[in-house]
Design a protein around this ligand. Structure first.
Ligand code: ADP
Ligand code: MG
Ligand code: ZN
Length: 613
């Protein structure tokens, strides 16, 4: 076995393998297949890029997005790996040049898209080359069970048929067993050894916030990460455009990204984001797959995601570099009904049922006041035993509580008086003494509870009801008719109230929608302490120098026509600002600086350090 540790250091600038990386690499170097399930940011690329340097022949990477291949190749080149891509963006001459370089043994790592692999003449060309490994990146795209199935990936079943002696490494960040089984099956390697790493992303903080004053809350978060990269996921094109416009009007650098836009404009927005020319992308879920930008500090779900898998993938795009990052989801009951409306249009009953189940799981995640990390990991079949993760809204809980005994009693009473046959909206109308026709028709204006509530408005009552559901005093039917009824516990409480026993129900103070959205960029916003450490890294570093490094990184990136993260990640810049290396030898000790990178980009950083000390 070659010295893997040495290759890791000299090419990638890392001193240690992450869990499973070296096992996977050994499996590959021994000529075996592998199926790798590792979360986004886990470090999958090294699992095929490092072997590509050891093999005598060529490693072919099948990757789904043509628009991102240049970045992937630039990144490999900057780590000293002779790499290239072949796709439809090249001119015939460019393609021919790369083909002859491949024949001349000058390229070790070749990227191509599945639609190219599907072409017989391209496969014939590959057969004429000495290929040692196929890497199928984003392998879940082959599965219809996954969340972004691509028909072109299906042609990859030909890998084992036509290149039977070449091992395959398939990689994905999708954690469900069903998708993994499907990948193995479709690629014709049912017995393939699987490498499953933990899906716990320790540097991510997960939060669910009430979708009340959502835009103002969004601005607070954006403000917290001013000048850094953020992705805001929305439900519809309309919402996407709306949020992006409002952010722009406040002076933030934000752009939309959705299927309704012209392809060029979309690509431009994506590139501007990757190149740090735009801070915020507001997108439908179409955005982000395959984007390796490591320094996204904030991912916001402005509306309820459709599935937990999708949510986990999308939040996974934050903090690939391992630095502290935030994932915030705004949850309001209204979003559920939006989704139900669409689900109801589905004709296939099975599909419809599946979508309802996914929606319920998503709602359950938001409503349960249980550690978010534990919920997510359990969903993917992984245990999480710590009593607190210290990085989710539930474990960091700081909200104000109040004694909701009186209002709860009124709510329970209204539900009991109407026989548990009505939804929250109707119960609230009764409590607030609404003059609605339906109320009068049902003669609910004659109930004892009618108009009995004066301290809370509709928003607040909705939240209190959600808390009572969570506290298991009342139960809400799932499906189309979410009627409320008392549970055993709720009925008992009513009895003890009637018997005149003292009682108390502590719950979160409700939040009320304000009339106005933020109209001007706020001067300074007070924030709750945002994470366990309150800083991105546990290294102390000179913040000003760090900012200067970021500027330098951008100008180097522009000069070399590569994305800034290919020059250095934020994590690398923080280490530079902490250790202040004085020469190339010391520079090579910094995480992320391999030999090629140090030679190509190191000097200006060293000069800047000299100039400031
Ligand atoms: P994935 O494809 O699994 O999402 P990447 O391969 O893009 O992840 O790697 C994510 C980040 O982790 C990159 O910035 C990479 O440099 C870094 N990384 C990978 N392996 C290591 C390692 N052994 N030590 C330190 N950083 C690593
Ligand atoms: Mg990857
Ligand atoms: Zn937690």
């Amino acid at each position: 076995m070659p010295d893997l540790q040495y290759l890791l250091k000299t090419h990638f600038g890392h001193s240690r393998f992450r869990p499973l990386q070296s096992e996977i690499i050994e499996q590959i170097l021994n000529g075996n297949d592998a199926l790798v399930l590792m979360p986004t940011g886990g470090g999958k690329s090294i699992c095929y890029q490092l072997p590509s340097m050891v093999f005598r022949g060529i490693t072919v990477v099948i990757s789904p997005l043509i628009s991102l291949m240049k970045d992937q190749v630039d990144s490999a080149l900057s780590n000293g790996i002779p790499a290239a891509f072949l796709n439809s963006s090249l001119t015939p001459e460019q393609s021919r040049r790369i083909e002859s370089q491949l024949r001349a043994d000058e390229i070790k790592l070749l990227y191509c898209a599945p639609e190219r692999f599907a072409l017989p003449h391209f496969r014939d060309f590959l057969k004429s080359l000495p290929i040692n490994l196929f890497a199928v990146d984003e392998a879940h795209c082959i599965s219809e069970w996954g969340h972004d199935f691509r028909a072109d990936y299906r042609s990859l079943h030909l890998l084992k048929k036509e290149f039977s002696s070449v091992p395959i490494i398939a990689l994905t960040a999708t954690a469900t067993g069903q998708v993994a089984d499907d990948i193995a099956e479709q690629l014709g390697m049912p017995q393939v050894r699987r490498f499953v790493s933990s899906f716990n992303r320790q540097n991510l903080t997960y939060r669910v916030e009430r979708k009340v004053n959502a835009f103002n809350k969004l601005v607070n978060w954006i403000e917290k990460f001013k000048g850094e990269s953020a992705i805001v996921y929305c439900f519809s094109k309309k919402e996407t455009d709306g949020v992006a416009n409002k952010l722009c009007r406040l002076g933030y650098s934000a752009r939309p990204y959705h299927a309704g836009m012209k392809a060029e404009e979309r690509t431009k927005n994506q590139n501007d984001f990757i190149n740090d020319k735009v801070d915020i992308i507001v997108a439908t879920i179409a955005f982000g797959m395959g984007i390796d930008k490591p320094d996204v500090r904030l991912v916001v779900h402005y509306s309820l995601p459709k599935t937990i898998e999708g949510y986990f993938q999308e939040t996974g795009r934050a903090g690939r570099d391992g630095l502290e990052s935030e994932c915030v989801l705004f949850y309001g009951a209204g979003d559920q009904f939006n989704q139900k409306f669409f689900i109801e249009q589905i004709e296939d009953e099975l599909q419809k049922e599946k979508r309802y189940e996914q929606l319920n799981q998503m709602v359950g995640y938001c409503e349960l006041k249980k550690c978010r990390r534990k919920q997510l990991l359990n969903y993917f079949g992984e245990n999480f035993d710590q009593s607190s993760c210290e990085a989710c809204d539930v474990c960091l809980k700081t909200e104000n509580t109040f004694n909701a005994a009186e209002v709860s009693q009124k709510i329970l009473k209204a539900i009991a008086e109407t026989g548990g046959r009505f939804g929250a909206g109707h119960i609230i109308n009764i409590l607030l003494g609404s003059n609605q026709k339906r109320i009068r028709e049902l003669r609910h204006n004659e109930l004892n509870s009618y108009g009995s509530e004066v301290d809370h408005n509709k928003d607040a009552l909705n939240q209190i009801i959600a808390n009572l559901i969570e506290g298991k005093y009342i139960k809400r039917e799932t499906g189309m008719y979410p009627t409320l009824s008392l549970t055993e516990k709720g009925a008992q409480l009513m009895n003890s109230i009637r018997a005149g026993e003292p009682y108390e129900i502590q719950m979160d103070e409700p939040e009320i929608e304000v009339e106005h959205e933020i109209q001007a960029r706020p001067e300074k916003i007070k924030m709750k302490k945002i994470s366990k450490s309150g800083q991105k890294s546990n290294l102390e570093y000179n913040q000003n120098l760090f900012e200067e490094f970021r500027i330098l990184r951008r100008s180097l990136a522009e000069k070399h026509n590569v994305p800034p993260y290919v020059v250095a990640s934020d994590k690398t810049l923080i280490e530079l600002a902490h250790y202040l290396p004085q020469n190339t030898e010391e520079l090579l000790n910094i995480n992320g600086f391999g030999e090629v990178k140090a030679e190509r980009y190191g000097k200006p950083f060293l000069e800047m350090i000299k100039a400031t000390s």
